[in-house]
Design a protein around this ligand. Structure first.
Ligand code: FAD
Ligand code: NAI
Length: 466
């Protein structure tokens, strides 16, 4: 092994592989160590990409089963071939993870397969199938990501009691799926299996779904999912999950009145969050500290040790692939002596259900808590002609702008393709733009983004189409 790298990145997920490519572009002698046999991390192997592939296939199935006839297209009742669906998903993963390996070659990043452990602040040991080698570097970037968090006493076997990883691999459509946690993973994976025909019941400890979300959006989103057949039990605690013949029993208790009940399901999905991955990383040997929740904290992406940096899910901030990627670019630029920077105030968040839910910046509740005067501009998708023409007019766009300066402070969208639509607001916020800037920009017709323009116009109560 060629040693003495300028920078070695530990972890080949969206944080790590992006950091490696950018570092190599900047002329640094770079290696990336990944313990999986494929690159791309959680995102490409068991996260963003496989879940979006299944969401797409299940949406098409649902349309064929429930929409086509209404639109005047007659077909025989569609059937699900789970094996073929999973194979299609796996082919996408294979193509994309192989693509990262190609990018490493093109950019002259040394790819090392194996589990990395620090021996000291300039040396790691990489272990692969019993073979060990030492790798030294001037700088390290820890990009080891996150892993599923469970509940005390609950064993995830990835067959009956599954995490997102098992939920991406179910061999047949469950009759009844119980989801613990009404967060992003729970609602996306429940959408997949519900569209294929599973009965879905979601247990949430707090009194709202997707708790970090703007309250109005959360309420509307819940109603939309209920219309799709989801059953929610909010303010409900899971006491135990016990496997029984062919399924599991879930004992629950109401947080409000302590009433207990036992539910049955064929599959239980545990989606109560993820935790930082620092397993067998030898952080103590390098002197790197973690906080009380296990995250490695950073100051401008540097840990408490001068030559060791940290990015992505394993450090603080939202656990999102694009946040990890932006940190990957910034950390490489910082190591190369440039001014790498991430604007944490403008990181979009998207839930890829149908309709999609997207947000950026502050919620109304956050603005109220911070005592910031704001104006609200709202526009319903029912009045957006593209939404009407595509028979998909659920949801709305809501823009929050500063009452004094009109600067856009936040935006929340429920709509088909909200995850794409949000980006004009992201760019506006990045440039410190106002709602008037959006309102006076020409928007192509007919597009979903015209609803953003109208919501911006609604801030000054001058919408045209409502
Ligand atoms: P990871 O992607 O977790 O990569 C870390 C890598 O480090 C892993 O490959 C791991 O094997 C490797 N590693 C760990 N320890 C070592 C070691 N000691 N030595 C060598 N290698 C090591 N985010 C979005 O933005 N959009 C989405 O749509 C989305 N969907 C998701 C769906 C699911 C089901 C899940 C679980 C997550 C989803 N996420 C999504 C979150 C996203 O996957 C993560 O935020 C992102 O992958 C974090 O990137 P990362 O590089 O920090 O870590
Ligand atoms: P999450 O944090 O989004 O949601 C977890 C939910 O479980 C919360 O609503 C929480 O209140 C609830 N909960 C916690 N403990 C509970 C308990 N004991 N009983 C009942 N409910 C409980 O976590 P999730 O869904 O596991 O996702 C992890 C991370 O992965 C997300 O934070 C997100 O950053 C990332 N992700 C992003 C996606 C996207 O961008 N589209 C898709 C999937 C995951």
């Amino acid at each position: 092994m060629s040693n003495n790298f300028d920078v070695v990145i530990i972890g080949g997920g969206p944080g790590g592989y992006v950091a490696a490519i950018r570092a190599a572009q900047l002329g640094l002698k770079t290696a990336c160590v990944e313990k999986r046999t494929t690159l791309g991390g959680t995102c490409l192997n068991v996260g963003c990409i496989p879940s979006k592939a299944l969401l797409e296939i299940s949406h098409k199935f649902h349309d064929a089963e429930h929409q086509f006839e209404k639109l005047g297209i007659k077909i025989d009742k569609p059937k699900v071939d789970v094996a073929k669906i999973l194979n299609n998903k796996d082919e996408i993963i294979k193509g994309l993870t192989g693509g990262i390996a190609g990018l490493f070659k093109k950019n002259k990043v040394t790819s090392i397969t194996g589990h990395a452990t620090f021996l000291d602040k300039n040396t790691i040991e990489v272990e692969n199938n019993g073979k060990k080698e030492k790798v030294t570097a001037k700088n390290f970037v820890i990009a080891t990501g996150s892993e599923v968090a469970s509940l005390p006493g609950l064993e995830i076997d990835e067959k009956t009691v599954v995490s997102s990883t098992g939920a991406l691999e179910l061999k047949s459509v469950p009759k009844k799926l119980i989801v613990i946690g009404a967060g992003v993973i729970g609602l996306e994976m429940a959408s997949v299996w519900s569209r294929f025909g599973a009965e879905v019941e979601v247990i949430e400890y707090l009194d709202k779904i997707t708790p970090a979300m703007d309250n109005e959006v959360s309420r509307n989103f819940q109603r939309i999912l209920e219309k799709q057949g989801f059953k929610f039990r909010l303010s409900t605690k899971v006491l135990s999950v016990k496997k029984d013949k062919g399924g599991a029993k879930v004992e629950i208790e109401s947080v409000k009145d302590a009433k207990k009940e036992t539910l049955s399901a064929d599959i239980v999905l545990v989606s109560v969050g993820r935790k930082p991955n620092t397993d067998k990383l030898g952080l103590d040997k390098a002197g790197v500290k973690t906080n009380e929740r296990g995250f490695i904290e950073n100051s401008h992406l540097k840990t408490n040790i001068d030559n060791i940096y940290v990015i992505g899910d394993v450090t603080t901030g939202p656990m999102l692939a694009h946040k990890a990627e932006d940190e990957g670019v910034a950390v490489a630029e910082i190591i190369a002596g440039q001014a790498g920077h991430v604007n944490y105030d403008v990181i979009p968040n998207v839930i890829y259900t149908h309709p999609e839910v997207a947000s950026v910046g502050k919620t109304e509740e956050e603005l109220k808590a911070a005592k910031i005067d704001y104006k609200v501009g709202k526009f319903t998708m029912m009045a957006n002609s593209r939404a009407r023409a595509t028979f998909d007019d659920q949801g709305f766009v809501k823009i929050l702008a500063c009452a004094k300066t009109d600067k856009v402070l936040g935006a929340h969208i429920i709509a088909r393709e909200a995850g794409n639509t949000i980006h004009e607001i992201v760019i506006t916020m990045e440039f410190g733009g106002s709602s008037e800037d959006i309102a006076r920009s020409c928007h192509a017709h007919p597009t979903y983004n015209e609803a953003v323009k109208e919501a911006a116009m609604a801030v000054e109560k001058r919408t045209i189409h409502s």
